[in-house]
Design a protein around this ligand. Structure first.
Ligand code: ZN
Length: 402
C-alpha cells in the first residue's frame, strides 16, 4: 500500500498501517485512516468505472481490484418535487442510497473494507449486524470468495435472516448484549486474524466518503449548506464528514456543509448527550423504536460524532416513529421507497425547517440510507387504498376516480 497511517479520532495518537485493532490503546476511541494523495478526481466514464477508481487519489489502495465491486455508489441525487413545495425550500435533494447493489449505503464501506482485507492478506472477514450491513458483507464476501462470518443478535427478526443467509456466509445468532458483541468481535478478530468490517471500521468509514464526493460532483463541485444523515453507530456520518473535508482540502470545493445527525426518539444516545452538553454518550437501556437500523444503544463512534458536530456547527435531533413512517410515505410519493430509518432524514428536515433552523434559500441534501423492501414489518403502519371490482364493473370503477 502507499504510505499512510491510522490516527485516533480523539487524542490524535498515531498508529502504523500494520495496526489490526481499530480503536486507540490510550483512550479507546475509534481510529481513522490518515492518507494524503494527489486529491484529484480521476478521468473516466462512470458507466465503466468503480468508486475506488474514480476517487482513487483519496484512498491508500495501490490498485483497487475491480472484481470485488458489484457496482456500488454513483447513486442518484434526486431533486425533491412535491415535498420541496410543501416545505417552502428552494433546493432539497435526496441522495438515494437505496440504489446500491444490496439496497443501502453499506456497500460502499464493505467494498473498501474488503479491498483492505485483500491487500493485507486477510482471507476471513466478518461483521456484526442485524440488517443492511449483514446483507452487504454477506454479498460482497461471497463475491470475493472469502470466508465470511456474520454475527447477528439471537433476537433477529425471521424476515431478516434469509437476505443474509442466501449468500452463504457462516451465520451465527449470538445470545448477547448487542453493544458488547461489537467489542467482543474486535477482540476475537485481533486474536484470530478475522477482519471485522463493523459499523465504524476505519475502511468502512473511508468507503462512506464517496457519498460526499458524489454529492459535490452532482452539485457541479459545490458543497451544500446542510447534509442530513440518519445516524446509528456513527461510521457513515463520520465518512461523509471526512469526504467533504478532503474535497475542501484538495481545493475541489470552496465551502463545507453543516451536518445533522438524526436518531430515533426511542434510542437517541448521541442526541441526548448533545442536548445535555455532555462530552460522552451514555448507553440507552431499553431502545423502543421500530427503526432498528438506527437503534444502536451505545454507538461506538458516538463520542466522535458529538465532537465533530460541535466543531462544525451542526446539530443532532431525534425523530419519532410516527414522523419516520409519515416521511416514508412522503418519500414514496416522490418515487423513492426507503425503509423508515432511511426516511428519518426527511423527517428531520421537516422539523428543522419548521423550527426555522434550515432557511428557505439553503441547499439541503437528505441522505436516504436504505431501501424499504427488506423491512416488511413497517408496512402495517401505513394505510393503503386498494380498490376492488369485477371485470364488468371496471370502467365504472375507473370513471368514479377520473
Ligand atoms: Zn486516543
Amino acid at each position: 500500500m502507499n504510505r499512510w497511517s491510522f490516527a485516533c479520532t480523539a487524542c490524535g495518537l498515531s498508529y502504523p498501517a500494520s495496526r489490526r485493532f481499530p480503536r486507540c490503546d490510550s483512550c479507546g476511541e475509534p481510529l481513522q485512516v490518515v492518507y494524503r494523495g494527489q486529491g484529484r478526481i480521476r478521468d473516466g466514464n462512470i458507466l465503466d468505472q468503480k468508486i475506488l477508481e474514480r476517487y482513487g487519489d483519496f484512498f491508500p489502495f495501490p490498485v483497487p481490484d475491480r472484481n470485488l465491486s458489484l457496482g456500488e455508489g454513483f447513486t442518484p441525487l434526486v431533486r425533491a418535487g412535491k415535498v420541496l413545495n410543501r416545505l417552502g425550500l428552494d433546493r432539497l435533494y435526496f441522495k438515494n442510497e437505496t440504489m446500491n447493489p444490496t439496497w443501502s449505503f453499506k456497500d460502499r464501506g464493505t467494498v473498501a473494507g474488503i479491498q483492505y482485507a485483500v491487500d493485507t492478506g486477510c482471507d476471513v472477514i466478518g461483521t456484526v449486524s442485524s440488517g443492511n450491513m449483514a446483507v452487504s458483507v454477506a454479498a460482497y464476501g461471497a463475491r470475493a470468495g472469502l470466508k465470511t462470518i456474520v454475527l447477528v443478535s439471537a433476537a433477529i427478526a425471521p424476515e431478516k435472516v434469509a437476505p443474509v443467509a442466501i449468500h452463504g456466509p457462516v451465520l451465527i445468532k449470538v445470545e448477547c448484549d448487542y453493544g458488547e458483541l461489537y467489542f467482543e468481535s474486535l477482540r476475537i478478530g485481533k486474536e484470530r486474524g478475522i477482519h471485522f468490517i463493523n459499523s465504524d471500521a476505519p475502511f468502512r468509514v473511508e468507503g462512506s466518503k464517496t457519498i460526499a464526493f458524489e454529492i459535490c460532483e452532482q452539485l457541479r463541485l459545490n458543497s451544500p449548506d446542510w447534509v442530513v444523515v440518519p445516524t446509528s453507530a456513527g461510521g457513515n456520518l463520520r465518512g461523509i464528514m471526512k469526504g467533504f473535508e478532503e474535497f475542501y482540502d484538495a481545493g475541489l470545493v470552496s465551502g463545507k456543509p453543516r451536518f445533522v445527525a438524526v436518531q430515533a426518539a426511542g434510542c437517541a444516545p448521541i442526541c441526548r448527550a448533545f442536548q445535555e452538553g455532555a462530552e460522552r454518550i451514555e448507553a440507552v437501556d431499553h431502545p423502543d423504536t421500530l427503526a432498528h437500523a438506527i437503534a444502536n444503544p451505545y454507538p461506538p463512534s458516538g463520542n466522535e460524532i458529538l465532537r465533530r458536530i460541535r466543531a462544525t456547527g451542526g446539530t443532532v435531533i431525534a425523530v419519532t416513529d410516527d414522523d419516520m413512517i409519515a416521511a416514508q410515505g412522503e418519500l414514496a410519493g416522490e418515487g423513492i421507497f426507503a425503509q423508515p430509518e432511511g426516511a428519518a432524514s426527511l423527517a428531520a428536515v421537516k422539523t428543522l425547517v419548521r423550527e426555522g433552523r434550515i432557511r428557505r434559500e439553503e441547499t439541503v441534501v437528505s441522505v436516504v440510507t436504505g431501501g424499504g423492501l427488506k423491512y416488511g414489518a413497517a408496512f402495517q403502519h401505513h394505510r393503503f387504498d386498494v380498490l376492488e371490482c369485477a371485470l364488468p364493473a371496471l370502467e365504472g370503477c375507473l370513471s368514479s376516480i377520473l
